[in-house]
Design a protein. Structure first.
Length: 211
């Protein structure tokens, strides 16, 4: 049997790992030497941590779904959406991700994360603690390795691309990634995005103050 692991990107789905193993057969008493479902859960945990993933879709036959869920810690299960698929192929993955019910769940989860992140930034601003906003301030903080969380609106990205200044933002994001900071793109068509746009379209929660 086979399990494939993939992440979604702007250009589509990228397969990042594949594992093979043996699963118990119905009516056969002899168990495989290795717990393949446990391996799947371990791989999911490892990849979710490595790629900072917050929404996880597990698509599989019903039997696999039940066995995998049994072996999941509660903290991981809270991030998972279970659905069905007939094969472990990239084509099957693309078909799963087109389902309307998944799109609705992703949208709700994304908005909740954006609200929480922008509220975190506003709280730091209100307390005059660890924050920066506007390209100049954020660039300085990113260069110093101080950015824990970078927030950028899609409006700002579009504007900088149109003005041929996107490389400036790309450098900031690169510095944040080098310092192991997190990056979130916030949609400008919702309330947290509008709030962030009023601050210049870019803000950051810092690890320490920049003088």
């Amino acid at each position: 049997e086979k399990a494939i692991f993939a992440i979604t990107k702007q250009k589509g789905v990228e397969v990042i790992a594949t594992i093979k193993g043996t699963v118990p057969k119905k009516g056969v008493e002899e168990k495989p030497k290795e717990d393949f479902f446990k391996r799947i859960v371990t791989e999911i945990q490892s990849l979710a941590e490595k790629h900072n993933i917050s929404d996880i879709v597990i698509a599989s036959p019903a039997f696999w779904r039940e066995e995998t869920a049994k072996r999941m810690p509660k903290t991981l299960k809270e991030k998972v959406i279970f659905t069905s698929c007939s094969s472990a192929t990239k084509r099957a993955l693309n078909e799963v991700l087109k389902r309307k019910e998944l799109a609705a769940i992703f949208e709700r989860n994304r908005l909740a994360r954006e609200i929480k992140a922008v509220e975190m930034l506003l709280e730091e601003i209100a307390k005059d603690r660890f924050y920066a906003y506007g390209i100049k301030e954020v660039e300085q903080a990113a260069s110093a390795g101080a950015v824990s969380l970078l927030l950028v609106t899609d409006n700002l990205i579009k504007k900088l691309q149109e003005e041929n200044r996107y490389l400036h933002l790309e450098k900031i994001m690169h510095d944040v990634e080098l310092a192991k900071g997190n990056i979130m793109i916030v949609a400008s068509d919702n309330e947290p995005g509008k709030t962030l746009d009023s601050l210049g379209g870019i803000g950051a929660v810092l690890r320490f103050k920049i003088s």
